[in-house]
Design a protein around this ligand. Structure first.
Ligand SMILES: [Zn+2]
Length: 200
């Protein structure tokens, strides 16, 4: 039995395709959009329509950008010899928010996931190698997540690039700031002990 009018049902279906949004949340969002002034729904639809027209990938680091090169690659104050490799543009934004990194990035657009058919060719790995081979890079920081696919991708990249004349490093992971160590899970704690550092 059709409960929602078809136009609403269609919107629910589209919203429910987004990650983290089930049918229930999609219905709540669709009803919320319907209750708002029509102009707001039009603004939303205009923004969606513009998305693919105005945003492209930076040809250097492959982040989403309205300009090519992106604002980071095009900024002469950034240190282009240090490249931080991230999974997604969202990770780049998270690191940018820390204001602690002055280098540039390389966005892989995913992680290796053989079960889902995502191998090295599906990611921007060949492009990373080309950037390294082209020269001018002294350090590569692998900042993929500390999940199983994130670690597998990091190992793959470290293997791939180990013969290149660049310093390779992996971002540290350990106990979150302000956390009592007895509440840390054993894997995090083991890693924190294994990769300890001496505060000089
Ligand atoms: Zn860029």
């Amino acid at each position: 039995m059709q409960v929602l009018p078809p136009a609403l049902e269609q919107l629910v279906e589209q919203l429910a395709r987004l990650p983290g949004i089930g049918k229930k949340t999609a219905t709540r969002l669709a009803l919320n959009i319907l209750r708002r002034p029509q102009a707001q729904a039009q603004e939303l639809s205009r923004a969606l329509a513009m998305l693919h027209q105005s945003i492209r990938l930076c040809a250097n680091c492959f982040t989403f950008s309205e300009t090519d090169p992106c604002a980071i690659c095009g900024n002469s104050r950034r240190n282009s010899s240090v490249v931080c490799v991230v999974e997604q543009s969202a990770d780049l934004l998270a690191i940018e928010k820390t204001a602690s990194f002055q280098g540039v990035y390389h966005v892989l657009h995913g992680v290796l996931a053989p079960i889902d058919g995502i191998g090295p060719d599906e990611l921007k790995i060949k492009e990373l190698r080309q950037r390294v081979v082209a020269g001018g890079i002294t350090e590569i920081i692998i900042a993929t997540s500390s999940t199983v696919p994130g670690e597998a991708t990091a190992s793959y990249l470290l293997d791939l690039l180990q013969k290149e004349p660049v310093n390779l490093s992996r971002i540290a992971c350990g106990i979150p700031m302000g956390m009592d160590i007895k509440y840390a899970d054993k894997y995090t704690l083991a890693r924190a002990i294994e990769r300890r550092y001496s505060p000089a």
